[in-house]
Design a protein around this ligand. Sequence first.
Ligand SMILES: Nc1ncnc2c1ncn2[C@@H]1O[C@H](COP(=O)(O)OP(=O)(O)O)[C@@H](O)[C@H]1O
Ligand SMILES: [Mg+2]
Length: 259
Amino acid sequence: MNTPEDAAPPAVLEAQDVAVHYGGVKAVDGFGLKLEAGRICGILGPNGSGKSTFLAAVTRLVPLTRGRLMLDGEEYHNTPAASLAHRGVARTFQTVRLLPDLTVLENIQLGADLRAGGGGVKQWFRRTAVPEAVEEAIERTGLGAVRSARPGELSYGMARRVEIARALATRPRVLLLDEPTAGMNQAERREVSQLMQKLRDEGLTQLLVEHDVPMMVDTCDRLVAMKSGELVTEGAPAEVVRDPAVQEAYLGKRGRNHA
Ligand SMILES: Nc1ncnc2c1ncn2[C@@H]1O[C@H](COP(=O)(O)OP(=O)(O)O)[C@@H](O)[C@H]1O
Ligand SMILES: [Mg+2]
């Protein structure tokens, strides 16, 4: 009865044998992972290994060629992407996707409206009070001072923070982050890592895609290495980054290019 399996927290989200093929391109080809409750799982892999496509598959933005997706043990691969926010799944994208004519506050508010399932832009134009979830997201991400600014006036690092705040404003149970610190300086990266760890301590289940290996080791409870759409290895972060297959597939290459 008391196997190590039993000791692991339950899987909030699980993907099994996921494949996404674009014609002959096997972007993801039999990859899967479990997101355990209240833990941070990281995906490490070279560019083009299928990380973003996997996130798109899990968030129902691209159709599966094959595979199973489960939330709390229940299959959801027919749930439309728009309904996933109601189920507590939120994500950020690899590139900043903010509405340039809206303020920081309004961009984040759209996130909250998504969860409420309301009329989006129309709904918040009629609203006077700022929802608590929005205030909370602004405070947590340290965006209070720029709440009335437009995205174009922000540094890249700040704009990326707005993306995270918008996802948090949906009050997710599961947060998926695709390279949230790309373009950030070291101090900003550390802040994002600390924010993720704080959210983890409050119980939020997270999936992080990042290239910054030391940050991944510091931030994640578990790492999954991916290459050519497939699993290379998974386990404790320090072990995964020492794995010769990971060193060869990922670290060696980046070591040369990004030393
Ligand atoms: N819409 C698409 N059509 C065709 N090929 C795609 C599409 N999206 C991604 N790919 C290909 O799938 C592979 C994985 O891409 P991606 O998931 O973006 O990798 P990563 O996020 O790990 O850098 C790449 O070879 C990429 O060119
Ligand atoms: Mg990507």
